[in-house]
Ligand binder design. Structure first.
Ligand code: AMP
Length: 253
């Protein structure tokens, strides 16, 4: 039996009453691990580089094993860039190579850069027109109920690639779930942690880390899911937010 353990934390009150998003976390865990992970999540919310949360919401749900879908982790590649501009140009090129139009890539980046407040989820954007398709405002879609099938083996797999940071651990699982949705064309992300400037474009079955996608010290971050024009938005939301998935290492092809 597994449990979905979710945390979201804000400062200045709950997110829905205008509080600023501080941190979030999503895991699927065996019962014996739940209590320890709750402690880790609360600690994270109270000691975050974005500030000390004064609102923390923990949600724990039991998941039926037969509801779980298996998905594959994406191979990770890192691209070193010398500047923010180089990083953003490269991200646009990857998006376009994945089938996002230049105008959609540009519009989405502009939207991320001009967010009044950080969102706690992702915006969903049409990969052809760049128009925002979800109507979830500052909430966006929050991908949830996901983990790796073997967290220890996953850490070893990441460690062998020199990737020890918690950001990559979480984002690699999230990106695997997003990429497994048939209507998703590509994902773009940079962190809202002021001290973490690496971002990524996940598309065409690959997770492309780009070493600089934002300014050091910036508290602004965000995620965009580029989708096909005729996407059923409710089906996408239900899959990303409610379908439990466990990610497995990809078999060599
Ligand atoms: P992070 O990589 O955790 O710093 O998050 C960067 C941005 O991605 C946040 O500001 C949110 O807008 C978005 N985000 C974080 N977690 C999720 C999630 N579980 N699902 C969708 N979007 C998320």
């Amino acid at each position: 039996m597994l449990y979905s353990v979710r945390m979201r934390a804000a400062k200045g009150g709950a997110h829905e009453y205008g509080g600023e998003h501080i941190s979030g976390a999503e895991r699927l865990l065996k019962e014996a691990q739940v209590e320890d992970m709750v402690k880790v999540m609360v600690h994270r919310a109270l000691t975050h580089s974005r500030g000390k949360a004064d609102f923390i919401r923990l949600t724990i749900d039991r998941i039926k094993e037969d509801e779980i879908q298996l998905i594959e982790l994406l191979p990770i590649k890192t691209f070193s860039v010398q500047s923010l501009l180089e990083g953003r140009i490269y991200a646009s090129e990857l998006l376009v190579a994945a089938g996002v139009t230049g105008i959609a890539a540009e519009k989405a980046m502009e939207a991320l850069l001009h967010l009044g407040e950080n969102m706690r989820g992702a915006m969903v954007v049409c990969s052809e027109t760049g128009e925002r398709l979800d109507s979830l405002l500052g909430r966006g879609i929050r991908v949830s109920k996901m983990d790796t099938i073997d967290p220890q083996a996953f850490s070893v797999w990441l460690g062998k690639q020199g990737l020890t940071d918690i950001h990559v651990r979480e984002a690699a699982v999230l990106a695997a779930k997003v990429n497994s949705a048939p209507s998703v064309v590509a994902e773009l992300c940079w962190s809202d942690d002021p001290d973490y400037v690496t971002g990524y474009v996940a598309a065409k079955g690959k997770y492309n880390r780009i070493t600089q996608l934002k300014e050091l010290g910036s508290r602004r971050g965000g995620r965009v899911f580029f989708v096909k024009r005729d996407t059923d938005m409710e089906a996408l939301r239900v899959y990303l937010e409610e379908q439990p998935v466990l990610a497995i290492e990809r078999k060599e092809r």
